[in-house]
Design a binder for this molecule. Structure first.
Ligand code: GGG
Length: 358
């Protein structure tokens, strides 16, 4: 029996609801498959931990997580703690500490999910956004001076290194190459940001030579938002900076029907550290505690985790179960126009896993 050690970190808000739902679905799946096991260990790190200890995770948190095969994450964010403290204290600490430099965000218009694009059909919107996950505005460079005085200044310096841009560009070209259309759109803002973004453009052109079978084009981030809405079929794989891709992937999730169904993988492609899988949504404290968060994004993230672990058949089975539930449309979360609770959606996916035909 193959066994994998998985660290479950629900974090804050609806993360505490969707991660347990994800763990229960993955446990049903492993029982159904019968040839591998996921050994979950749960960690109560996040904003409640911060209230007790003054930090989001223990000082040795990364050392504790290092031996795990993967991390299954919920969300960070709390109404009463500044967002930069919760984000940098947990999620970014793990992403950066474990050099999870490739953040992969698939988006698909699924059967049964009503997206806001009137003319788009399933198949017209099938993208993977690759978010550079270690540099840009998230490198942590900048500072505050003369605090509280009229001449106060705050700087946020975006850092782009040749090594960092080259590795994410190679990752994105490889991913595009593995998809049927072999099509990559490189997104920058090199008209206005004339240093770091021009470096991105130059490195994209260099790396493109290593992938002659991949068609690539270069778009400005503002222009690509209109292309996503007006001509979704023209896109396939997209690579962009940490901040640009964060924004584009929220738009992508909304265009595919809801933030609640969108997954993501924070990958350390070299596998020197565990990678982390999470829904792209945040803690959503407006609906936290009500049991109505849509867990589909967390389930899909679980399927990405299984793929990463090499359990492809199980990942495909879980995706088929998710697609079946959505296509039937009988058990839909409120974000998708239904009335189902988190537990009811989880049960529907578990039932689908047990269905004989997947
Ligand atoms: N599950 C994703 C999550 O918790 N995101 C919280 C957040 O504020 N992220 C900001 C970012 O990734 O830039």
């Amino acid at each position: 029996m193959r066994r994998y050690k998985i660290a479950a970190i629900p974090g804050d808000g609806i993360g505490k609801e969707v991660v347990p739902a994800g763990v229960s679905v993955l446990n049903v799946l492993t029982q159904r498959c019968g040839d591998f096991a996921l050994d979950f260990e749960s960690f109560d790190w996040g904003s409640d931990y911060w209230r007790r200890h003054g930090k989001m995770m223990p000082d040795d948190g990364l050392a504790v997580l290092k031996p795990f095969d993967a991390i299954y994450f919920g969300a960070v964010g709390d109404q009463n703690i500044p967002d930069h403290i919760t984000l940098w204290g947990l999620r970014l600490k793990i992403c950066q500490g474990f050099d999870q430099y490739a953040n992969v965000r698939p988006t698909r218009l699924m059967n049964g999910v009503p997206g806001p694009l009137a003319k788009a059909r399933p198949g017209d919107l099938d993208w993977v956004i690759v978010r550079e996950n270690s540099e840009g505005e998230y490198a942590g460079h900048g500072g505050r001076a003369h605090q509280g005085h009229p001449e106060e200044v705050g700087t946020e310096t975006a850092i782009y290194t040749r090594a960092g841009v080259t590795r994410i560009m190679r990752f994105a070209f490889r991913l595009a190459q593995s998809r049927p259309r072999k099509l990559l759109t490189v997104v920058t803002k090199s008209n206005a940001q004339r240093h770091g973004m021009v470096l991105w453009d130059e490195i994209a052109a260099e790396v493109a030579k290593e992938f002659p079978d991949v068609t690539h084009d270069k778009w400005l981030v503002d222009a690509v938002t209109t292309r996503m809405v007006l001509n979704p079929k023209s896109l396939d794989t997209i690579v962009a900076t940490n901040l640009h891709a964060d924004i584009l992937s929220d738009l992508a999730a909304a265009l595919s029907g809801s933030m609640g169904i969108a997954p993501t993988a924070n990958l350390n492609p070299d596998r020197n550290y565990p990678s982390m899988f999470e829904p792209i949504h945040g803690s959503a404290f407006d609906i936290a505690g009500k049991g109505i968060a849509n867990p589909i994004g967390t389930f899909w993230s679980g399927a990405m985790m299984l793929e990463h672990l090499g359990e492809r058949a199980a990942a495909a089975k879980l995706m088929s179960a998710i697609e079946l539930v959505l296509a039937k449309g009988e058990v839909m979360g409120r974000d998708l126009g239904g009335t189902a609770s988190t537990a009811e959606v989880a049960q529907a996916v578990c039932d689908a896993i047990h269905a004989a035909n997947i």
